[in-house]
Write a protein that binds this ligand. Structure first.
Ligand code: URA
Length: 425
């Protein structure tokens, strides 16, 4: 690979000139191998944040990130189909979705991450199940996919290692919320994972990375283009994250809600989004099964039990619960007209459900539950929200985050659809 100079690459982007393929390949490779300094990559990321990247640059940047590690090949007797959410508050959809889609006849390889900031991580949620482990060997990964049909586990070090370094650096340099960097980060990992198809849940609104629908749509189009160019059948579903999903945000609390969905109950929005995404994941690989029937049959619950047990978890064990709770009461009679997703996410995080730095521990039991959905009647004095924590000293800061988050009015606004649009590659 031709040698370049980091300062020339930074200056080019700083001055608004597109980076060449050679510059991109070199800078990603050199940074992965510690030959470009953190301060140089920080400057380049900020220049990209301000100047943006063309579609060609994003495609090459993503390619270089994939090539920083191994592109896995998944060779099974059934098609492989995966899902990724850009992250939201109360978003536990992966938990019921992966076993449901596997029970419909596909293979679902879910390499997931831990949460950072106010959105929870799927692995953090599952780690609240006694005995369950996120780390599996490559041989276990293959065997579980073949035998159970679904796995949710931590990605190994060989999956897009450039992204691991870049994501940690973006987190501390104010360069996370940048469409080219988000798209290349997510898609390098998902393409390297090797699934035949990928369904993206791209969120917009208060609790999402992208507050505005137009930005989320641009992110979705960029990711669909990247996936399609790499032979992955990619679909993006754009969904609202103005209000949190379901009735809970917090690790064990969300697992409990996911199990309710698998048992045939659970909040209507979680069930509906799970079925919508399941249909997309199955359609993308040509499987003609109705996930609603499979959910009702109990087969998805059987697959969940097998999936948890295969990773050392006890699906029948009681989930941990917090020792302390604090209720927030409805201020008046009326209908619940608003519940701000970001505020609920920050409250759950401050109670201990999330981490500020990637090495911080998380609490399995902390979180927020809410007892009414948008448009539901509420009576003055009834508990609207419950805060859960093992340390009651955490309640005050969580309550500060919730100041102004709840709106009780005479009438609720016309509900916006949860799914706003779908983009197919
Ligand atoms: N998730 C990722 O994996 N990368 C990002 O940049 C944002 C969300």
């Amino acid at each position: 690979m031709a040698q370049h100079d980091a300062v020339d690459v930074i200056r080019a982007k700083r001055d608004g000139r597109p980076l060449t393929d050679g510059q991109i390949d070199w800078v990603i490779d050199a940074y992965t191998h510690d030959a470009v300094a953190e301060e140089q990559m920080s400057a380049l990321l900020m220049a990209i944040f301000i100047r943006g990247m063309s579609d060609d640059e994003i495609a090459r940047w993503t390619d270089a990130m994939i090539r920083s590690g191994e592109r896995m090949s998944l060779d099974f007797d059934r098609p492989t189909t995966d899902k990724h959410s850009t992250g939201g508050v109360g978003d536990k959809i992966t938990l019921p979705l992966a076993p449901l889609v596997a029970a419909c006849g596909a293979i679902v390889p879910q390499l997931s991450g831990r949460g950072l900031g106010h959105t929870g991580g799927t692995l953090d949620k599952l780690e609240s199940i006694p005995g369950w482990t996120a780390s599996v060997s490559p041989a276990h990964y293959r065997r579980q996919l073949q035998d159970v049909g679904a796995i949710i586990c931590a990605a190994g070090d060989t999956l897009a290692p450039a992204d691991k370094k870049l994501y940690a650096l973006r987190d501390v340099t104010g360069t996370v919320d940048c469409i080219p960097l988000i798209a290349s980060s997510i898609m390098s990992k998902k393409i390297a994972e090797g699934a035949d198809a990928l369904t993206l849940d791209v969120k917009f609104g208060s609790g999402a990375f992208m507050r505005e629908y137009a930005d989320a749509e641009q992110l979705a189009r960029t990711m669909v283009r990247l996936g399609t160019a790499h032979g992955v059948q990619t679909t993006a579903v754009l969904t609202s994250m103005e209000h949190p999903l379901g009735r809970s945000a917090g690790n064990a609390l969300e697992v409990a809600e996911a199990v309710e969905v698998l048992a045939g109950g659970g909040p209507a929005d979680v069930v509906s989004l799970t079925l919508t995404l399941a249909r997309e994941m199955l359609q993308a690989v040509g499987i003609d099964a109705d996930p609603a029937d499979v959910l009702a049959s109990g087969k998805a619950m059987d697959t969940w039990n097998a999936m948890i047990a295969a990773q050392g978890g006890d699906p029948a064990a009681a989930l941990p619960i917090a020792t302390e709770t604090h209720d927030v009461l409805a201020p008046r009679d009326g209908v619940l007209a608003g519940l701000d997703a970001l505020s609920v996410g920050i409250a759950a995080w401050r109670l201990g459900a999330g981490r500020a730095r990637k090495e911080d521990p998380v609490s399995a039991t902390a979180g927020v539950t809410w007892h009414a959905g948008i448009g539901d009647d509420v009576r003055a004095g009834q508990p609207l929200l419950t805060l859960h924590a093992d340390d009651p000293a955490r309640f005050a800061r969580a309550l500060e985050a919730l100041d102004g988050a709840v709106t009780v009015a005479d009438a609720a606004p016309e509900p916006a659809p949860l799914v706003r649009s779908t983009i197919r590659g």
